[in-house]
Design a binder for this molecule. Structure first.
Ligand SMILES: NC(=O)c1ccc[n+]([C@@H]2O[C@H](COP(=O)([O-])OP(=O)(O)OC[C@H]3O[C@@H](n4cnc5c(N)ncnc54)[C@H](OP(=O)(O)O)[C@@H]3O)[C@@H](O)[C@H]2O)c1
Length: 246
C-alpha cells in the first residue's frame, strides 16, 4: 500500500528536499505553497526522474486560514487521502522588539503558528474521520529558548511545540501519531543570510534525516539528533548573559 504525505511549504528548502526524498522512497506526495510555479517545476522534475511518481500540487497561503481546509480536502480528493501531514511552511524574518518592527512579528506568528495550527486542525479533522494519521510539525531549536532578534520566531516555534504536545494528549489512544521536530541549522534560503550557522548541514542531508525520523514515528527529535540534542538542553539552562551575546 502506497503511503502518502502532504507537505506544506514545499516550494523551497526543507519542504522541497523532503518532497524529492519521500518520492524517492516511494511515497505519493501532495505539495502546497504560495509559489505554484515552483511546485510545478518540482512536480515536473520528479515526474521526469520517475514517470510513475504520484505528485499533487495546490497553491496555498497558510495565512488564508479559510483556504487551508479547502486545500487539504482537495489533496485528499486527488490523492485518495493522505497518511502524514508535514506542517512545515514558515518564515524567519528576524526583528528587534520595540524598534517599530511589529509587522514582522505579526507576520511570523500568523505564518508559523496560526498557519500551522490551521493546517494541523484541518489534517487532524481528516485523520479523526479516517481513524488514523501522523502529524509532523517543524518547530526549531529556537523553541528551546527565546533568542535575541528572534522573539516572535522563538515564540511561534515554542507555541507550535506546545500545541502539538496538547494534540498528542487530546488524541491519545485514537491512532494519531504526533511528531515534533526541532531542526538546528539546515542550509536553506531561510537562513543563508546569517553570519553564523553552527553545525550547518545540507538540505538533502536534513531531508534524509527527517524522512528517517518520520518513518520511525518518533515523538520528538532535534535535526540532526546530535549535537542539537545536547546543545538544545544547554540552551535551556545557559545564563541570559550568554544568550544575550548570540
Ligand atoms: N532551515 C533551517 O535551518 C530551519 C531550522 C529550524 C526550523 N526551520 C523551519 O523549517 C521550515 C522550512 O523552512 P526552510 O528552512 O525550508 O525555509 P525556506 O526555504 O524559506 O522555505 C519556506 C517554505 O515555506 C513556505 N511559506 C512561507 N510562508 C508561507 C505562507 N504564508 N503560506 C504557505 N507557505 C509559506 C515557502 O513557500 P512560498 O514562499 O512559495 O509560499 C517555502 O516553501 C520553517 O517552518 C522553518 O521555520 C528551518
Amino acid at each position: 500500500m502506497i503511503q502518502t504525505i502532504l507537505i506544506t511549504g514545499a516550494s523551497s528548502g526543507i519542504g522541497k528536499a523532503l518532497a524529492f526524498e519521500m518520492s524517492n522512497r516511494g511515497y505519493a506526495i501532495g505539495l502546497t505553497a504560495r509559489r505554484i510555479e515552483e511546485l510545478e517545476k518540482i512536480r515536473d522534475e520528479i515526474k521526469k526522474e520517475r514517470s510513475s511518481a504520484i505528485v499533487a500540487i495546490r497553491k496555498l497561503d497558510v495565512t488564508d486560514y479559510n483556504d487551508v481546509p479547502i486545500a487539504v480536502n482537495s489533496i485528499v480528493e486527488e490523492l485518495n487521502g493522505f497518511d502524514i501531514a508535514f506542517v512545515n511552511a514558515g518564515i524567519g524574518l528576524g526583528e528587534e522588539v520595540g524598534k517599530g518592527q511589529f509587522e514582522k512579528s505579526r507576520c511570523t506568528i500568523e505564518t508559523n503558528l496560526i498557519g500551522a495550527i490551521a493546517t494541523i486542525d484541518a489534517a487532524t479533522n481528516y485523520f479523526l474521520e479516517r481513524g488514523r494519521g501522523h502529524i509532523v510539525g517543524v518547530a526549531s531549536v529556537a523553541a528551546f529558548r527565546g533568542l535575541p532578534r528572534s522573539a516572535s520566531y522563538s515564540a511561534s516555534k515554542a507555541g507550535m511545540s506546545v500545541y502539538l504536545e496538547a494534540l498528542r494528549a487530546e488524541t491519545y489512544g485514537r491512532n494519531i501519531d504526533v511528531t515534533v521536530l526541532y531542526p538546528g541549522f539546515i542550509d536553506t534560503p531561510l537562513n543563508d543570510m546569517l553570519k553564523s550557522r553552527p553545525f550547518l548541514i545540507s538540505v538533502e542531508k536534513g531531508a534524509a534525516i527527517i524522512a528517517g525520523l518520520i518513518e520511525k514515528k518518533v515523538k520528538s527529535s532535534t535535526v540532526p539528533v546530535f549535537p542539537w540534542n545536547i546543545v538544545g538542553r544547554l540552551l535551556k539552562i545557559l545564563p541570559t548573559s550568554i544568550i544575550a551575546k548570540m
